[in-house]
Design a protein around this ligand. Sequence first.
Ligand code: ADP
Ligand code: MG
Length: 258
Amino acid sequence: MSCRIFCIANQKGGVGKTTTTVNLAAGLALVGQRVLVVDLDPQGNATMGSGIDKRALPASVYDVLLESSSVAEARQRSDKGGYDVLAANRELAGAEVELVALEQRNLRLRQALKAVQDDYDFVLIDCPPSLSLLTLNGLCSAHGVLVPMQCEYFALEGLSDLVNTIKQVHANLNRELQVIGLLRVMFDPRITLQQQVSDQLKAHFGDKVFDTVIPRNVRLAEAPSYGQAGVVFDPQSKGAQAYVAFARELVDRVAKLR
Ligand code: ADP
Ligand code: MG
């Protein structure tokens, strides 16, 4: 199987992008996939949540974007997670400014990832909560986008900006890019509104909505402070099991895309 590169994107903050990236990575590793997580958010939450100290990085995605390091040199291992990480910290916020002056500024990550594609079945790019030059580098590198979303009142409205950006990138910069699917996260079936929004989503996006639903589960929220994905921290928890189920669903869906 050739490497699939997916962005986990949603321009809203706090919607579960990083939780999805880290737990999907650990879930995919658990079912035998070789995974690289690329942390494209200067907050470095995917880095810390994988057990890597963002304050002590020998090299990071920043160095890769500015071509002072290759991915092979900069990547680190999340031992507990069973996947590799191209880490990030605050330094990455500066890349945004430095990149503007450079040639092919959208394509830096894409170029860099080419050299390691044979090492992985999946590359998961955790995007920042904006449609910035960093996110653009992610979208230009990827075959597809996974969109985590909470089933709230304005959820559909918020999606249109992202969908438009994906269309633009598809039209102008990356013909391969497509929305792979929408993942309902932090779901509470007892809340009628969430059920209604979930139904609307399915009516609107059809089978682009993943079957797996990630429940709201406190173990998923606790895990990052132990430097672990919830999937590793408490494998029996409802949240962990949902993410492993999602990893399986994604492997199946990707096999059908070919
Ligand atoms: P983003 O990366 O989009 O900003 P995060 O993944 O950091 O979002 O999630 C935002 C907050 O919600 C975090 O505190 C995280 O631990 C929590 N969270 C995410 N998913 C769940 C879930 N399924 N159940 C409970 N808490 C969650
Ligand atoms: Mg995040």
